[in-house]
Design a protein around this ligand. Structure first.
Ligand code: SF4
Length: 437
C-alpha cells in the first residue's frame, strides 16, 4: 500500500505530516511517487487564510478523478480546516467521495481508520480528538540534519483575526522531560539543528504543574551534546521576557535570529487585534534584543487591511518597518475567518486598498532586505549545509545562523556539516557564495 501527503500551512503542519508519514510507514505503507500509484492520500490542511482553504478544495476536486477510477483510493483529511464545523458540513454534503476526516490527535489510529473507513457511519467519526497528546509516535523526518520539535500545542491568545485557538484548542505544554528526551535522541541520531515549535513558544510552561519556562528549556537543550544549533518559532512579543533575551545571549547554540510577528505598526490597530502590546513596546523589545545580540536578525509577519485600518495606521506600519529594519517579513492581506471577532467588524477594508497597501509594504521591505543582504557580501558566514540547491544542482544550500539561505559552490562532502562560506553575491531571497574550508 502506498501513501501520499499534501501539506499546507505552517511549520507545525509540516511536523504533523512527518508524524502522519511515520505512523503510516510503521503500519507498512510506503511513500508513492505519483497519485496514480497511490492508495491513500492525506491532506494536512490549513485555514489561516482563505487562499490556503481554496488550494485544499482545488486538490480535493482533483482527487475525485482518481477516486472514480479506483474505488479503493482513500482520501483522508486532517489539519485545521476539518476542526471547523462549517467545513465538515460542507465536505460531508458536497464532497461525499472524501473518506476520512480525522483530528491530528487521532493520528495513531489512522491505519485502522483506513481499514475501516467503509464501515464508519459518519466521516466525521474520527474528528473528536482525545485530549491527551500522543508521545513517542514514529516520526519520519524530512531532513536528517534539522528536526522540528513541538513544545506547545494550541493557543490561548485569541488575536481577533485568528482562527487558530478555535481549531487547535487551548495551549498545552509538553513536559520538559519528554522534550529533552526527544532532543537527546535526535542528537544521538545525528541531527545538528533543533527547531522548537509552538504557536507562542515564549509562554511555554505556563500550564505545567512544576514551574519550567522557555528560557530554562533553552538552557537545558543548549547543554545537549551533538546539537549545534537551536531555533524556535513563533514568539509572541507580549511574552518575550528579559530572561529569554538573556538566555538567547548566553546560550551559544541558540541562533542569532528571532521571528517576532508585529502584525501592525499602529497601536490602535494592535489593540483591535487584541495583541496586548503597543508599537512603542515592540520597538523597546527589539532594542533590547539588538543591545544583547548585536548581529541578531529579526523577521516578522505583517497584516495589511485589518478592519478599520486607515491610511494613517498603514503609514505607522511603514514607519515601523523603516525604524526596525526587519531582515525579512511575511506580508499578508487581511483575510476574514469565520467565527473570529474581526470577521464581524463593520469597517472592513476594500480589496483594492488592501492590495495597494500590500504592494507599498512589499516594495519597502524588499528594499530593506536587499540592502541588508548586500551588507553581507565579502563576509564569511557559518552555514549548516542541508543539501544540494533546489534551483542549481551545481551548488550546495544551507542557512546562516541568522537564518539566511545561502547557495554556494563547494564539495558535496560538506552536506550535513558546518561550513565557512564567503558571500560573493546577494539577492532578496538568498545569498550566493563559495566554501572557504
Ligand atoms: S498568538 Fe494570535 S496569531 Fe498566533 S496563533 Fe495565537 S491567536 Fe493566532
Amino acid at each position: 500500500m502506498k501513501y501520499k501527503i499534501f501539506t499546507y500551512g505552517c511549520q507545525m503542519n509540516i511536523h504533523d505530516s512527518e508524524v502522519i508519514a511515520g505512523v503510516l510507514e510503521k503500519a507498512g505503507y510506503e511513500p508513492s511517487e505519483t497519485l496514480k500509484d497511490t492508495d491513500v492520500v492525506v491532506l494536512n490542511t490549513c485555514c489561516i487564510r482563505e487562499n490556503a482553504e481554496r488550494k485544499v478544495y482545488g486538490r480535493i476536486a482533483q482527487l475525485k478523478y482518481f477516486k472514480q477510477r479506483n474505488p479503493n483510493f482513500t482520501i483522508a483529511i486532517s489539519g485545521c480546516m476539518v476542526q471547523q464545523p462549517h467545513v465538515v458540513e460542507y465536505i460531508s454534503k458536497k464532497l461525499p467521495y472524501v473518506d476520512i476526516l480525522f483530528s491530528i490527535k487521532n493520528v495513531n489510529k489512522l491505519p485502522e481508520l483506513i481499514e475501516e473507513c467503509r464501515r464508519i457511519d459518519s466521516i466525521t467519526a474520527a474528528l473528536a480528538g482525545n485530549s491527551d497528546l500522543a508521545e513517542n509516535l514514529e516520526v519520519k523526518h524530512t531532513s536528517s540534519i534539522k528536526a522540528w520539535v513541538p513544545i506547545t500545542y494550541g493557543c490561548n491568545n485569541y488575536c481577533t483575526y485568528c482562527v487558530v485557538p478555535y481549531v487547535r484548542g487551548r495551549e498545552v505544554s509538553r513536559l520538559p522531560e519528554d522534550i529533552l528526551r526527544e532532543v537527546k535522541t535526535l542528537a544521538d541520531e545525528g541531527f545538528m539543528e533543533i527547531n522548537l515549535l509552538g504557536q507562542n513558544v515564549n509562554s511555554y510552561g505556563k500550564n505545567l504543574d512544576k514551574p519550567f519556562d522557555f528560557p530554562e528549556l533553552l538552557r537545558k537543550i543548549n547543554e545537549i551534546e551533538g546539537i549545534e544549533r537551536i531555533r524556535f518559532i513563533t514568539s509572541h512579543p507580549k511574552d518575550l521576557s528579559d530572561e529569554l533575551v538573556l538566555a538567547m545571549k548566553e546560550c551559544e547554540k541558540v541562533c542569532e535570529h528571532i521571528h517576532l510577528p508585529v502584525q501592525s505598526g499602529s497601536s490602535r490597530i494592535l489593540k483591535k487585534m487584541n495583541r496586548h502590546y503597543s508599537r512603542e513596546h515592540y520597538i523597546e523589545l527589539v532594542n533590547k534584543l539588538k543591545d544583547a545580540i548585536p548581529n541578531i536578525s529579526i523577521t516578522t509577519d505583517i497584516i495589511v487591511g485589518f478592519p478599520g485600518e486607515t491610511e494613517e495606521d498603514f503609514l505607522d506600519t511603514l514607519d515601523l518597518v523603516k525604524t526596525i529594519e526587519f531582515d525579512s517579513a511575511f506580508t499578508f492581506i487581511y483575510s476574514k475567518r469565520i467565527g473570529t471577532p474581526a470577521a464581524q467588524m463593520e469597517d472592513q477594508i476594500d480589496d483594492e486598498i488592501k492590495k495597494e497597501r500590500l504592494k507599498r509594504l512589499m516594495e519597502l521591505q524588499d528594499s530593506i532586505t536587499k540592502r541588508k543582504n548586500n551588507e553581507l557580501v565579502g563576509t564569511v558566514q557559518e552555514v549548516l549545509v542541508e543539501g544540494e540547491s533546489k534551483n542549481d544542482a551545481q551548488k550546495l544550500s544551507g542557512r546562516t545562523r541568522t537564518n539566511k539561505l545561502v547557495n554556494f559552490v563547494g564539495p558535496k562532502e560538506l552536506i550535513g556539516h558546518l561550513a565557512d562560506v564567503k558571500i560573493t553575491e546577494s539577492h532578496t531571497w538568498c545569498l550566493i557564495g563559495e566554501a572557504v574550508n
